[in-house]
Design a protein around this ligand. Structure first.
Ligand SMILES: Nc1ncnc2c1ncn2[C@@H]1O[C@H](COP(=O)(O)OP(=O)(O)OP(=O)(O)O)[C@@H](O)[C@H]1O
Ligand SMILES: [Mg+2]
Length: 314
């Protein structure tokens, strides 16, 4: 199984309008409610591509119940810890048809207590990964109010002790502290990597140097994605580069999550790093062709995959 942990998931309300009018009434042309949160996106991508996945994390209130139901309807196994108070957040994404502009209105999310974290820890460390055997466990997204920035570090240390490979996709302090647990893999974009190493990364050489610095912190695989620009996969044995295919970009929200889902599924299926890197790049690009918070389809993924090439730099 590929497990994901989302501490601050959401329901994403996607509204399509012709044009957002301020101080006036705007009519909605299309409404779509999607499960959201970075780890949940990873689980959905693995599921769309036909792989086995389980989603862990926190939910709260009726919105939380709805989130769990959404995932179950898609056939995604999930086992969330229910917080005692509050509601799972609802984010609003408004896309204007006329301009293509996107306005995101994000909620903070319910407060989690340290005892909730303990319950979650017990759940994901039971039987080598919780309710089923887990090969990879992805920790992705923000940490909810009430829990320290060291939360990922704590959880990653616990699960890696069981032989599970942890993958961390976070930003700022949660990433900085999380790396101290020596996760198997991290997948920063340029901005996240800049904040992690504490300097601006202007050139490709700067990015590669920073990725190697992260390897030095004890991480085995560093994948740096840079939107439509060349991505890198760096380990102590090799450096791979890949130019994302030219596609018609509609919304790259969730592209990074799609990269992680497809990359891990390929490794899980026994493919090598080069092929897995192709899978990740193709999945990210395929998701970028879908509006709003929507994710890739298997058909687009396969079409894009055929166009992706990976180069070995060293
Ligand atoms: N404009 C684009 N053109 C082609 N491919 C893209 C584009 N944007 C994203 N991708 C694909 O998706 C991958 C991941 O994208 P990106 O670097 O934007 O991730 P991210 O910043 O972590 O995104 P998020 O966290 O919102 O999911 C890229 O490496 C690339 O393969
Ligand atoms: Mg990302």
């Amino acid at each position: 199984m590929i497990a994901t942990v989302t501490l601050n998931p959401s329901l994403d309300l996607n509204l399509e309008v012709d044009e957002l009018k301020i101080d006036d009434v705007t009519r909605i042309k299309n409404t779509k409610l999607d499960p959201g949160g970075k780890g949940i996106n990873v689980s959905r991508v693995v599921n769309i591509l036909g792989g086995p996945t389980v989603a862990y994390g926190f939910i709260a209130g009726r919105e939380g119940g709805q989130l769990s139901l959404f995932l179950a309807e898609e056939g995604i196994l999930n086992s969330f810890v229910a917080l005692k108070e509050g509601n799972t957040r609802v984010n609003v994404i408004i896309t204007e048809r006329k301009t293509g502009r996107q306005t995101r209105i994000n909620a903070v999310g319910p407060r989690a207590e340290v005892e909730d974290l303990e319950t979650l820890k017990e759940r994901i460390t039971r039987l080598g990964g919780g309710i089923c055997a887990v090969s990879f466990m992805v920790f992705a997204g923000s940490i909810p109010p009430g829990l320290p920035s060291t939360t990922y570090r704590y959880l990653i240390e616990e699960v890696q002790e069981l032989g599970i490979k942890a993958v961390l996709d976070a930003d700022g302090d949660p990433l900085k502290y999380g790396v101290k647990a020596k996760p198997f893999m991290v997948k920063p974009n340029t901005y996240e990597l800049q904040r992690l190493v504490g300097r601006e990364l202007a050139s490709e050489d700067d990015v590669l140097e920073a990725a190697k610095e992260v390897l030095g912190m004890g991480v085995e695989v560093v994948a740096v994605t840079r939107g439509g620009k060349r991505a890198f996969l760096v380990t102590k044995d090799f450096v791979l580069a890949c130019d994302p295919p030219k596609i018609e970009v509609v919304s790259a929200v969730g592209s990074g999550d799609s990269f992680i889902g497809a990359f891990l599924l390929a490794l899980y299926k026994g493919m090598g790093y080069e092929e897995a890197f192709k899978w990740g790049i193709a999945a990210g690009a395929a998701t970028a062709t879908v509006p709003g918070t929507g994710l890739l389809s298997r058909e687009t993924f396969e079409k894009v995959l055929a166009k992706v090439e990976v180069q070995r730099l060293s």
